[in-house]
Ligand binder design. Sequence first.
Ligand code: F6P
Length: 322
Amino acid sequence: MKRIAVLTSGGDAPGMNAAVRAVVEQGAHHGIEVYGVYYGYKGLVEGDFRKLESKDTQHALKLGGTMLYSARFPEFAQADIQKQAFDQLKKADIDALVVIGGDGSFQGALALTKLGFPAIGIPGTIDNDIPGTEYTIGFDTAVSSALEAIDRISDTAASHNRTFVIEVMGRHAGDIAVWAGVAAGADAIVIPENAYEMEDIVHRVRQGRERGKDYSLIVLAEGVSNVDDFVEKYQALAAEQEVRGVSLSHIQRGGMPTSRDRVYATLMGARAVDCLREGKAGIYLGIQGEQLAEFDIIDTLSKAKHKLRQDLFILNRDLTQR
Ligand code: F6P
């Protein structure tokens, strides 16, 4: 193997650059040239490839976002578009591809592997919603950023004895809400995986106030509702409370990656190169029990479901329920 390419696809996630850097350095370690594909699958189809060296990735390692840029490119589901990408890779004399992104991005890696071009996935999304792996690059930073914002909100909430509903990202998954909510000591966490009753949340918050709490925090996952609709329904049942809603939105997606995101991204980037050298393709990497793991794209994505840490959700519910 002489030359591999790496791309980032879908929503950017802090730590993606650390993974790119590890691919570049592990490639160099084995005498393999590494090319960056700019703008994800769109750049793959257009042949937007540039050779990456240590100097290109050294500084980026610690930065949020993706130095390779990203694009959502649903057209890549089409066979003729996939063939164009295949031809571009062959024309550039590239032997294999590393795709850093979410499960949609892995389908592209699978399609190329089926065409006879070896490709491997690395989970990069703040949502932590990929089956098999317990962790995706960017999740840890997103939770830390959400928590920092919630902590700030709690200062002003306490000063006015208010109830705040804070909407966090996660697409259809409640992981960011659960982790940030537990860490912030939220009075309630509302996630798409679990049904909820508005009366129960109001009751829980009232009980907290009766126990002497100065303020109340409800962490709401975006997959349940937008914050304005939720606040309206909540306020209708809790007229005595002064309620405010905040959506943390893309604040959660930027910023310097945490050490955990950088370390796991580095582990996975290097391992992806090793897997390709061993002739593996059509798989993605992940973390299970703090160790690197490999998952078959077809088997895992179609058969397994992402598992949220329900134990943390239940813990939070028990701690705030009497
Ligand atoms: O997948 C990452 C994510 O940030 C989700 O949490 C969110 O639903 C979505 O991307 C937002 O996408 P966009 O930045 O395209 O609006």
